[in-house]
Design a protein. Sequence first.
Length: 316
Amino acid sequence: MKRFALIGAAGYIAPRHMRAIKDTGNELVSAYDINDSVGIIDSISPQSEFFTEFERFYEHAWGLKRQPETALDYVAICSPNYLHQPHIAAGLRLGCDVICEKPLVPTPEALDELALVERETGRRLYNILQLRHHQAILALKEKVNSTRSEHKYDVELTYITSRGKWYMESWKGDPRKSFGVATNIGVHFYDMLHFIFGKLQRNVVHYTDAYKAAGYLEYEKARVRWFLSIDAHDLPDAVKGKKPTYRSITVNGEEIEFSEGFTDLHTVSYQEILAGRGFGIADARHCVETVNTIRSAALSTPQNDEGHPFLKTLSR
């Protein structure tokens, strides 16, 4: 049985990590968050210590480190995006392997710094890239790899996940902390596209604001038009008033159904990490580079058929 600590226990994604720790037969020893709305712990790991001050959490973890039978094995990180790097470094320096949510960090330079901390501590950092474990994605990857084609696949990615007014008041609405909508809600899709279609060859941004972004990506085996949004007004008419989220990926006009099968992917990710098959810094680098470019790119006018159809409904 491995002993875990969790940073960011009150966050949206934290319960999936707590359940993954429990479902893999391990123990959540301690948790930290500046917010104290963490009643979910009672149903998963009521014996866990809990702290609302990082200094007290760190001191407790350091004390556990003195005895092999109490020392932590892993630190899981679900904190706001801009805190990932310092929290990862803290976990590694505690002598733990670290499991972190995406986006891992905002820039390739930050990845290089964490790779240095890995070497200094002899510990490993793992990123949750759960779409790589989704059966529909694995099936598509196998199909692409086994099919010889002279032409690149035409892919259209649309993801609209409605968020209320609270979103812009939270850290997620601050681009200095979330790194913007494309990074915050899109990074795992960019990883998925790389995972299936190979190296990125071209990255163009057509539109971006605080609520949505759109652009064009060209991979070794695919041409991708993408649109991401947290604005409910962007939902297709067939979905408005019925569902808050619209997710669509088409490949050569054929819809890839992957709306189901998300629930247990964090547990699968933990199983793979514990078995020594987790995704590390090298695996995360491609999508970090992709979102870093998207954030810094100048807007371009769509050329030929590279613009996503939803662009027609937007005004600059």
